[in-house]
Design a binder for this molecule. Structure first.
Ligand SMILES: [Zn+2]
Length: 479
């Protein structure tokens, strides 16, 4: 078998169009050339007999819209690198699907269409996608294969990449034609109401594996979409990658879409208890078990929140709540002030609203520095009135036990841990005793029906509760 030459790369971030902050070039981790080839994320490509050619892959913590110039720079470099490999036998793109760039629409469509224009009509392109990604006609008509995560929280990231590449490799090895069927559904739910660990998403996603076993179906994907995007393409979707063009396959896609639509009123916050910040802190104070883990959901940076808000801290201090840990508030000036003062120092600090001063207000406290991280990632641990607070110079999540260990913090030693998160990460969820979610304000407020009026989104449930809808499959024009 001749070794095929497959170029790979892409761009991966998620942007709330309701955020006032901007994602700039320095916020992306950009891997290119050999660094991309050696990245742990793409090690799975080594299992193939074929040659995978690294272009560029850029990834940023979800946040606000990406600055236009940053996008143009990254895209131009990706295309330049792709050009040096031409002609290629195939392309694998690793994308998220909910990126937004100031002044543009359908960014992944723009990226994929530019890739298509360069590699030509006969070169198959396969992509992996986040299930919180949005699709468009331009995307469907330029792609040959797509596979999206089947779990939220996402624990099948590598498996999804493997599914996308297995299809591509099979297509090249057997010289077969692959194509997409797409059924967009006018439903948008926040990720927190559509976790695949809770109903109805659990049973809907469980169908994918069975559907995928049908012989002409190479991949079955179901996408929740991204609700904090004011774009015409923001919808949930069913996507099948198939090897035949039959009515039966169209029916399979439409049936799954109908089942999703029929379940639309069932989407909710699962078993997690939700309330206002004040309600959640009352429940936390009454809890006989610990650690209570409270997710400050509106300001969750992994969903596009800013991560700089201090409302929960303000409430804790007002209540005189003892033995709580807040991890973390993104605040570069306060973090730097702690480094300047030094370990053990006591200093006055202004915390919060440093990135988006219009979004919230800061708190003013006296605090003692109890730990300064010696990693490049500047983080300070401080204590004030019985509350331990992690300050971080950059926007980032605290989803892993190791994130706390690195700061000499043991979660179980606290009555309450406050994290900026939606549903908890797979490492934090099992130790939450109990898990609470504050439906707090922020760039990804869970009260989606209370979002500012949008310009571009078509009528969609739950914004339009009386909507009538019948599924209609769209075939990729390439098939
Ligand atoms: Zn996601």
């Amino acid at each position: 078998m001749t070794r095929k030459r497959i170029a790979f790369g892409g761009i991966h971030t998620e942007c709330s169009t309701y955020s006032r902050i901007r994602t700039l070039l320095q916020h992306f981790r950009v891997l290119r050339g050999d660094a991309l080839r050696q990245s742990p994320t793409f090690q799975f490509l080594n299992q193939y007999h074929h040659e995978f050619l690294p272009t560029l892959h850029a990834r940023a913590v979800p946040g606000g819209p990406v600055e236009l110039e940053t996008y143009h720079l990254l895209k131009a470099e990706f295309l330049d690198r792709l050009k040096t490999y031409l002609p290629v036998d195939g392309v694998y793109l690793a994308l998220h699907g909910a990126m937004f760039v100031e002044g543009m629409q359908d960014i992944e469509g723009d990226w994929i269409a530019a890739t298509r224009a360069l590699v030509g009509d006969h070169c198959p392109i396969s992509t992996s996608y986040d299930l919180h990604g949005n699709l468009s006609r331009r995307i469907i008509h330029n792609l040959d294969m797509l596979s999206a995560y089947r779990t939220a929280p996402h624990i099948d990231v590598e498996e999804t990449g493997i599914r996308a590449c297995n299809m591509l490799v099979r297509c090249l090895e057997t010289n077969s034609k692959h194509g997409l069927i797409w059924v967009p559904m006018p439903v948008l739910m926040p990720g927190e109401r559509s976790s695949t660990e809770d109903q109805p998403a659990k049973r809907l996603y469980a169908k994918l594996e069975t559907i995928n076993q049908q012989s002409a179906i190479e991949d079955a994907s179901l996408l929740v979409g991204y609700v904090w995007a004011d774009e015409p393409r923001a919808t949930a979707s069913v996507v099948l990658t198939v090897t035949q063009k039959t009515e039966a396959l169209e029916k399979t896609a439409e049936t799954l879409a109908q089942q999703y639509w029929d379940a639309r009123e069932e989407f909710n916050f699962g078993t997690v208890k939700t309330g206002t910040i004040a309600e959640c802190l009352t429940w936390a104070a009454e809890s006989q078990t610990n650690p209570v883990i409270l997710a400050d959901s509106g300001d969750n940076p992994t969903g596009g929140g800013v991560g700089d808000r201090a409302e929960v801290l303000e409430h804790l201090l007002q209540l005189g709540f003892q033995n709580a840990l807040v991890a973390a508030i993104a605040d570069a000036p306060a973090t730097e002030a702690c480094y300047k003062a030094g370990d053990g120092a006591t200093l006055p600090l202004t915390i919060g609203a440093s990135l988006d001063p219009q979004g919230s207000r800061p708190v003013h406290i006296q605090a003692q520095v109890i730990h300064l991280s010696d990693s490049d990632d500047r983080q300070a641990v401080i204590i004030s009135s019985g509350v331990t607070i992690v300050l971080s110079a950059r926007r980032r999540p605290y989803h892993y036990i190791q994130d706390f260990k690195n700061l000499n913090l043991t979660i179980q030693n606290f009555r309450l841990l406050v994290v900026k998160s939606g549903y908890l990460s797979p490492e934090l969820a099992p130790i939450a005793n109990p898990n609470l979610m504050a439906l707090s304000d922020g760039a990804i407020n869970q009260d989606i029906e209370g979002l500012p009026p949008n310009q571009f989104r078509p009528p969609t449930y739950p914004f339009n509760k009386t909507l009538q809808w019948t599924p209609r499959a769209v075939w990729s024009s390439r098939f």
